[in-house]
Every structure is written in C-alpha cells, then in structure tokens.
Design a protein around this ligand. Sequence first.
Ligand code: FDA
Length: 394
Amino acid sequence: MAEKQDVVIIGAGAAGMMCAIEAAKRGRRVLVLDHGKAPGEKIRISGGGRCNFTNIHAGPKNFLSDNPHFCKSALARYRPQDFVALVERHGIAWHEKTLGQLFCDRSAKDIVGMLLTEMKQGGAALRLETAISTIERIASGFRLTTGGGAIEAASLVVASGGKSIPKMGATGLAYRVAEQFGLPVVETRPALVPLTLDPAQLEKLGALAGVAADAEVRFGKAAFREAVLVTHRGLSGPAILQISSFWREGAEIVLRLMPEVDIAAVLKAMRRTNGRQAPQTALAEILPRRLAHFFAEETRLTGRLLADLSDRAIDALAASVQAWTLKPAGSEGYRTAEVTLGGVDTRALDSKSMQARDVPGLYFIGECVDVTGWLGGYNFQWAWASGFSAGQAV
Ligand code: FDA
C-alpha cells in the first residue's frame, strides 16, 4: 500500500519549504522530501552565513528569463515586505547592508529555523535522506517510488533547485522531471559565477591577484556598478558575478574603474600642480597602487614624468582604466556558481500557480524555473514568491 498525501514537494530548500508552509496553512496534508541530510543548506551558507534573504527593491526588472513577464504575478502576490513581516514575527533581527539587500544580524540559520517552525506549526512533514527513484502519473495524481517506499499525492511540486554546487546536493532532477512530462527546458548555464581568463592574460594580470576596485562592468546593455576583484584564476567580486549572468563565451566585457572620477581631468590638473611625478604615482591617488602601475605599463608611460605627457597620452591612460576591455575565457562553472540560469520553460507554466499547463497537479518552483535573479537577495525573493504562489494552489 502506498502512503497517501495531498501534496508531495521534492526539495527542502527555500522554495519548497515556503510552499509547504502555505499549503499546510490551507489544510493540505503535505510531505517534503529531500535527499540531503539537512533542510535549507543553501540558505545556511548564503550571504556569507547571514543570508541576504530579500531585496526591498525586487521587481521584474531584476530577473533574467526568456519570458520576462512571467515572474510579475508571483512577485506581486508575495512581496519583500511580506517576507520581512514573517522574519519580524519570529523576532529575527535584520539590517539593510547596501542597495536594498536585507541580511540577518545574527545567522542564516535563523531563517532555516523560522521556516522549519512554520512548517511544524502548520503540520507539514519533512523527510530527509530520501532518494526518489521514479515518478509516474496515476489517475489520482502522482506516484513516487522512494528509498522509503511508494507515495501517492494529488499534487507534486518540484522544488529541487538548479545545478549549482553539486557538492551541496544539486542534481538537476527538475529538468529530468520536466522532460519526462514533456515540458520544454531553456538551456541552463552557470550564473552569478566568477569569470576565468586564459593563461596569457593571467600572466599579464598575475601581479594584480587580490586587488579590488570599484567599477562599472558592462556587457551589451547590461551594466553593474559594484566592486571587482582580480583573482589567481580571473575576475570575481559582485560586479563580475552580476555580469556573468549576461556574458556569453567569446565576447568581451568592459570595465570602467572608478566610474565617477574623470581620470583624464584629474591627471591633467595634477600635471599642472605636481608634474614631476611618474604617471603611475599620480594614478595611484585614484586607484590601488598595483592597478595604477599596471595601466601605466599597459600604455608604456612608466619611465616618463607627468609633466612631459601630452593631452593625448593622458587621455589614452585614462581610457585604458575606464574602458578596460577583457575577453573572459570562461566561468568557474557550476562548482561555484550561485545560481543556474535557464530551466523549466515558463511558457509551459501558469504564472499565478506555477502549475504545468498541460499536466494538472504538477508544479515547478524556485531556481529550477527559467527565472534567475540578480545578485542581492533577488533569488530568495523568487523562491519565496514562487513557493507562496504554488502553496495557494496545490
Ligand atoms: P535549493 O537549491 O535551495 O533547494 C533545493 C533542494 O532540493 C535542496 O535541499 C536539495 O538537497 C534538494 N534536491 C536536489 N535534488 C534532489 C533530488 N534528486 N532528490 C531529492 N532532493 C533533491 N540567493 C539570495 O537571494 N541571497 C543570497 O544571499 C544568496 N547567497 C547564495 C550563496 C551561495 C554560496 C549559493 C550557492 C547561492 C546563494 N543564493 C543566494 C542563491 C539561492 O541559494 C538560491 O537561489 C535558492 O537557494 C534557490 O532555492 P530553491 O529552493 O529553488 O533551491
């Protein structure tokens, strides 16, 4: 005899737990299955252990999708303020760090604890270390065979996340389930991920490893103004992670370091007031010293005095800093990517409920759906909002 549930949710991550809470509140018999040893593992490690649990400015413009309108409905039904109210009901202290990003004062574990408490209060069950071997459609809904026996449910919610960080249990199961039931999947790729450089570039930039600078990083129409960090493998830092979601192999990105400074004007003024210094020394007043040296070398000005430089030479030096063009070789891949771009094609889902249009009772929520947020709390907001929406419908 198979165990009977109203709703089975695969994945005890952010989206799955939110869906379980809402469905249980509506009186549904809910079981959350996860193959991991603990629920909410990505929440636990997120935001450097403090979980950037939402962004107060979150709106459809902060998400990438083949179908940019899809996320609007869920984001409007469950807003950042709704999650903040939940956090406050549980007495979890929080603060805004920057750019609308809200973090726990204490620990990301507070968010996991809050979700588990809510699930328990509503009566949603959680079963960990449970592998799912098959899923089939039956007259009353779905039948799953698991390590712990067969389970039948009228609604099946797939909340198993993307492919990012396989070491933490990411499996790509959602895409296989989508394919099994004939739903299209938009090609997936690692996103919010450091970019790598080829060996020749790394040799040139080797001395810069560890240097960080404020920059606007641009790829096509996308531009992000945050810190950039040079690493031993390439480029990282928030501005690079942001642009990695837009960048495509073979293309260049453009970095404008210290974007608010008119570097040419500053150097020309210094030429008048203190011309007997090397260009890299003058530039080091604006940029970290190693970067200043690098750009002076790039433009072959290191042996000269500022006073001897023509306007053209100063303009070229400024341009090398503020239109620094690099062609990344690749990305660090799913091993370190914070999220997976692409996923279950939203055209096959109902935007209000996350239900598959052609497979009644089957739902996809969270990261496995082709809705990917920018860095800064947007991905959790999508997990909460899509989980909430499905939770009202299952
Ligand atoms: P999530 O991946 O959280 O959960 C999926 C669950 O399904 C997991 O528990 C997994 O074990 C389970 N599962 C997978 N395959 C299974 C299978 N075959 N059988 C059974 N169970 C299975 N976002 C943000 O907004 N703010 C932040 O601060 C951060 N920080 C951050 C740091 C790091 C290091 C990473 C990797 C990611 C972030 N993110 C983030 C992104 C955020 O963690 C991510 O978008 C959400 O966790 C997605 O939630 P889901 O519930 O969709 O998947």
